[in-house]
Design a protein around this ligand. Structure first.
Ligand code: SF4
Length: 450
C-alpha cells in the first residue's frame, strides 16, 4: 500500500546510553491492572521507599544525561509518594513524565501533579488490558476513555501538561491503527503524541534454549509471555507505517533508532505532523528533526523527546523556520492554499512506532540501539523491558538455537517471509524462503515492549 521506509533517508536520532532524551524509573512494581502485554511482575508489595528511588536517580545522575524521567512501574499513580517524587525530579532539573494506565487519575491528582512540576502524561490504553469497567471493549470503544483522560489533563493541567497515548498493537488490532491515527488528529488540540508499540513476548516453545552464564534456564518463568498457546507473529514497524498511511497517506517519519543487531530495523520511528483537527499540512523531514535535536542539545544540553505542550500548540511560531527548512515551508505553503484554515489553531503532533526486542534466527537479540527506556537498577543502567530476567535469573538471558535445529537465514528474509506469507510462525516462513525442512529452523522469539 505504501513505499518502504529507507533508514538511510531518515535522521538517526543521536540518543545513546550516556546521553538520551529520556530515562525510565520504576518507583513501584505494584499495579491495578494485569495487561496482557506487560513485562513486569505485578507485586502487591512492590512500592519502593522514596529514599531508594532517590538513590536510583543518583545512579542516573552519575551515568547519564537525560532530558526527561519516565516514571513508570507498575502503576505510578498508586505509588504513595508520587507527588513528592514528581516534585523531586522536577527540582533536579529533569522533566517528570508519568507513564500510567490512568485508572487512578482524578482531577485533584492532576492539579497536585501540575503544581509539583509534571510535564507530561503518557497513558497506556489498549483493548488487551481487561480494564475493570471496560470489559471486552474494542479500540474504538476505548476512545471514550482516551478522550476522558485527555480532557481531564487539558482542563486540570491548565494546558501545561502534555498528553500522549500508547497502545500496544497486536496482529488482531493492527487494522485499528488508521482509526487511532484519525482519532489522534481529531483531538490534536489536546493530544500531543500517539505511540504504537508492537507486541513482543518470549516464546517458551520456540526453537531456542535460554541460557544464563552458560546454564540453561526455563524462560517460561518470565512474566512477558502469553497464557495462550497461540503466539501472535511479530509485527514490523513498516506494517504500522502502512497502516498509518491508510488514514494519513502523507505520513513521513523523520527520525529513528535502529536495532543493536540490525541496522535496517526501525526500533523507534518518529514522525511529527502539523495541522488541525480538520486536516494536516505536512510532516517534518529528517533535516528538521536533526535541527530540533541539535539545537535543543546546544541550548539545553539534552536531546528531546517530550516537548512542553505550549510548543506543540504554537506551530505557527515555526513560520520563520520556513526560510531554512523545506518540510516546514511546504507545510505553511499548504496552509496558505487552504484559506478556511488560516485562522484555525495550528498544532504539532508526533506519531511514534516502537518495535521492541527482536530475536534473530541465530538467537541474537536486537535491542533498541540508544534505548531511551533505560532503567537504573542496582547501580547500573539496564533495559527496562528485560529487568524480569535480572530478577528471575540474575543476568540477561541469551538464546541458542537448539542443537538439532541449525539455521542460517538472514533476519530480513525471515521478516519479509513473515510479512509476505502472513505467517504466524517464523520457522514456517524461513522454510518457505530457504526451501528446507522447517524442523531444522530457528524461530523468531519475542521479548517485551516498552
Ligand atoms: S523495548 Fe527495550 S530496548 Fe527498546 S526502548 Fe524499550 S526498554 Fe529499551
Amino acid at each position: 500500500m505504501s513505499a518502504t521506509v529507507d533508514h538511510r533517508a531518515l535522521y538517526r536520532l543521536p540518543w545513546n546510553l550516556a546521553d538520551n532524551a529520556i530515562t525510565w524509573l520504576e518507583p513501584t512494581t505494584k499495579c491495578n491492572l494485569y495487561c496482557e502485554g506487560c513485562y513486569r511482575e505485578n507485586d502487591p508489595a512492590g512500592h519502593k521507599p522514596l529514599d531508594v528511588v532517590k538513590e536510583e536517580l543518583e545512579t542516573v545522575k552519575r551515568l547519564r544525561t537525560s532530558d526527561g524521567i519516565s516514571i513508570a512501574g507498575g502503576e505510578p499513580l498508586i505509588y504513595p509518594h508520587i507527588v513528592e517524587l514528581v516534585r523531586y525530579i522536577s527540582e533536579q532539573g529533569w522533566k517528570p513524565i508519568l507513564n500510567t494506565n490512568g485508572q487512578a487519575l482524578t482531577p485533584e491528582l492532576v492539579t497536585k501533579l501540575l503544581d509539583a512540576g509534571l510535564v507530561a502524561f503518557t497513558f497506556h490504553v489498549d483493548s488487551h488490558q481487561n480494564r475493570p469497567g471496560w470489559p471486552d471493549k474494542t479500540e474504538r470503544e476505548l476512545n471514550e476513555l482516551r478522550l476522558r483522560l485527555a480532557s481531564t489533563v487539558a482542563e486540570y493541567g491548565k494546558g501545561r501538561i502534555a498528553c500522549s497515548f500508547n497502545a500496544t498493537i497486536y496482529p488482531d488490532t493492527l487494522d485499528q491503527v488508521p482509526m487511532l491515527t484519525d482519532w489522534a488528529q481529531e483531538h490534536i488540540n489536546i493530544v500531543n503524541t500517539m505511540v504504537f508499540i508492537l507486541f513482543r513476548s518470549v516464546r517458551p516453545k520456540s526453537r531456542f534454549d535460554g541460557f544464563v552464564c552458560g546454564e540453561k534456564v526455563d524462560v517460561e518463568e518470565l512474566v512477558y509471555q502469553l497464557d495462550t498457546k497461540e503466539v501472535p507473529r511479530d509485527i514490523l514497524a513498516q506494517e504500522a507505517v502502512d497502516q498509518i498511511r491508510r488514514s494519513y497517506p502523507e505520513f513521513q517519519p523523520s527520525g529513528y533508532l535502529n536495532g543493536t543487531e540490525d541496522p535496517t530495523a526501525f526500533k523507534w520511528l518518529i514522525g511529527v505532523r502539523m495541522g488541525n483537527s480538520r486536516r494536516m499540512f505536512g510532516s517534518w523531514d529528517a533535516k528538521m528533526m536533526e535541527r530540533v535535536q541539535t539545537v535543543h542539545h546546544r541550548w539545553f544540553g539534552t536531546y528531546i523527546a517530550y516537548a512542553r505542550p505550549v510548543l506543540m500548540r504554537r506551530a505557527r511560531a515555526l513560520l520563520p523556520v520556513s526560510l531554512i527548512d523545506k518540510s516546514v515551508a511546504r507545510g505553511f505553503w499548504n496552509l496558505l492554499r487552504s484559506p478556511r484554515d488560516w485562522f484555525a489553531p495550528l498544532r504539532l503532533q508526533a506519531l511514534t512506532i516502537i518495535q521492541p526486542c527482536d530475536v534473530l534466527p541465530d538467537g541474537r537479540q536486537s535491542m533498541c540501539d540508544g534505548c531511551p527506556d533505560i532503567l537504573p537498577y542496582k547501580g547500573r543502567l539496564v533495559w527496562s523491558c528485560r529487568v524480569d530476567e535480572l530478577e528471575k535469573f540474575g543476568a540477561f538471558v541469551t538464546f541458542g538455537v537448539k542443537e538439532e535445529q541449525p539455521v542460517e537465514v538472514a533476519p530480513a528474509e525471515v521478516a519479509l517471509a513473515e510479512v509476505a506469507l502472513g505467517s504466524d510462525d517464523a520457522a514456517q516462513a524461513v522454510e518457505a524462503v530457504s526451501g528446507s525442512n522447517g524442523k531444522g529452523k530457528a524461530t523468531v522469539a519475542k521479548t517485551p515492549m516498552v
